[in-house]
Every structure is written in structure tokens, then in C-alpha cells.
Design a protein around this ligand. Sequence first.
Ligand SMILES: Cc1ncc(COP(=O)(O)O)c(C=O)c1O
Length: 372
Amino acid sequence: MTAKRKNSTPKQLVRPMVRKLRGYVPGEQPNVPGLIKLNTNENPAPPSPKVIRAIRSAADDRLRRYPVPSAQPLRVALAKLHDCKPENIIVGNGSDELLALATRAFVEPRQSNAATRRQTIQYFTPSYSLYPILAGIHGARRNEVRLPADFGLPDNDALQNSNWDFGAALTYITTPNAPSGRGYLTRDLAKLCAAQKGVTILDEAYVDFADENALRLAKRFPHVIVSRTFSKAYSLCFARVGYFVGHPEIIAALDRIRDSYNTNGLGQVAALATLSDIGHYRKQFERIIQLRDKTTGALEALGFKVLPSQANFIFAKPTAITAAQWFRQLRERKIVTRWFDTPKVRNWLRITIGTEAEMAKLLTATKSILKR
Ligand SMILES: Cc1ncc(COP(=O)(O)O)c(C=O)c1O
């Protein structure tokens, strides 16, 4: 006689660790007519006409087939752009996918409370709010290290005297930093990378708006990866294409554990067309940088503290009202920005640089809020 099995509840079927997880909270994507959306650092301009044409003309019989599994033509084009080999590059479904793959390739999941360096994922706070979530999903030990009040990069001596772990299995560094927009010098990053023992990812999601990039560190150090994305600067958030540049063995490890067709076909087409029209985008970056600096000056003239930004967003702190009030009252005027209700940053708003007209409206709305 077979024993009667008591069915588990759906909740009980879920691993206890997963039951406790908090998912990533993306910036809201409201569908409100006339809304000015300055909350997720998207480029305010559409992709270039050439890119739109390429995507449209790929919507044909090809859709029923699988895309190129390793995105090889795109790897070849990226290798040409960055003067390296296709073996130095892996493409993913946005850089988020690759950031997650790195946890599986380089970090041992935690077995017990006695966590080791092999089980440690490390990052600065504040930085990209996905990193703690990825560590949680993987069951890794999190090592969070606070940035100083000006959000600058601490030097190795300062890190030596903090809880920083030079032996952490995986370290994420957002450069330029998000949400602060602060840029880090490549020579300072080089000193930090030289001292790191584990895999170190320089997350350069916003680097096209910065004075310098750290790509050469991925070529110099076998444990350093540079992460890039087509989402922000190249107006392709919708298409989900990001990539890593790194040592061939590190890239091969990630390649072994990715999904067979991790980069969708239309995304590959869009990214390839983008690379063939790069001049179009470089002109746009200039415009965004100029508008960023103009908006910074205008807010400073109104009494706001604004950090010098190397990204396509600014981080601004009001003095006459709280950041939460500024955020809510902008929202009432149909302008959405990003406010993080966490200790070190709740006095600041992160504002994406939109079009000239949108930034003018932001300033008009801010002046009227200050008058109230
Ligand atoms: C610092 C940083 N890295 C990576 C990403 C993810 O970009 P992707 O669209 O390529 O997944 C973001 C998106 O907000 C980001 O802010």
C-alpha cells in the first residue's frame, strides 16, 4: 500500500532562500500622456534612422529562425571597435544578464554562516542597486563598502583601513558611478585593480558621457572585465544588448554557462547597425554633455548642490526643501525623476538629461516649487 502523500503548498515548493529574496525594483515606466521621464537614464533621442531601418528590414522570414548563438558578427565588430579579439568579448541580454552570469562563474554559493572570500561579492554603496540583489539570488556573502561623502573613489590606503576585501571573489565598480554621476580616473582604478585578487568588473554603463574610460585595464589585467551596454548611450534599452570585454579564459567561462541564444536576433541587428553609425551617436553625446553642464549650472544658481557628473544624469541636492518634496512636486507636474529612500542618498535626486525642452520644463517647475 502506498502512503498518502501530503501535497506541498506552492510556497513550500520554493527554496527557503528564494522565498526571502527581494527582487530588483526598476525605475517606474509609467504610460502617462505628456509625462517627462527623467528617471531611468534613457537617451531622449531615438536610435539613428539607419538603426531603425535595419531593425525594420530584419522583421521578415528570419523571425522564425534562431539567432546566431554567440552573436559572433557582433563580437567581431566590437573587437574591431575596441582593438581586441572576438574571444575577448561576450554579448548578453543587456549587461544585467552578464553581471548575473559573473556571480555563477566566479563566486561559490554560501554553504554555511562561515562565509569565505570565494563566496564574497563586493561593491561600493551607493552604486548600482542591482548588485546586492544579484548577490542575494546567488546566496553569496555581500561586502558593502561605503563611499565617502563626496562619492569619490577611496584610495588603496583608505580601503585598507575599511572593510574592503582585496581578496573578494567578485567586485563590481560602477564607473562613472551611479547614482552620483562621479567619474573615476583610470589611473586610480588601475591602482585598485592591481591590488584586487578576485574578478573585478568595471561597470561602464555610462562611460560614453565621461572624459575617459578604463577599457585598457581589461586588456592589462586578466582578472578585470569592462562591462558596456547599448541601452543608455545608444538608445537601445528596448533591444537588450550589453557586452563584457575581458581575458579570453574569463570570457570562455561565462560563455560556457550562458543560455544558447542569450542575445535576441533583433538586438544583434540593432547593435551591429549602431556600430556602423557611431558618428551619429558621438554628436549626440556632445549635446547631452553640454546640456548636462548647463542644467548643473542652472540648478546651482537656484541654490542646489549638484555633483560634477560624468554621466547622462545629474545628482542634485536641494537646500530649501527636501529631496522627497522636490521629487513629489515634480511628479505632480508630470516630471518623473529618481529618488532613492536609502540612508546616504535620500537627500538627493537623480535626474536624467532629457531634451532641451524637457530640461527647460524641469527648471521652470523647480522655480515654481521653490516659490511655494
Ligand atoms: C550602472 C548600470 N549598469 C548596468 C545597467 C544595466 O544595463 P542593461 O540595460 O545593459 O542591462 C544599468 C541600468 O540601469 C546601470 O545603471
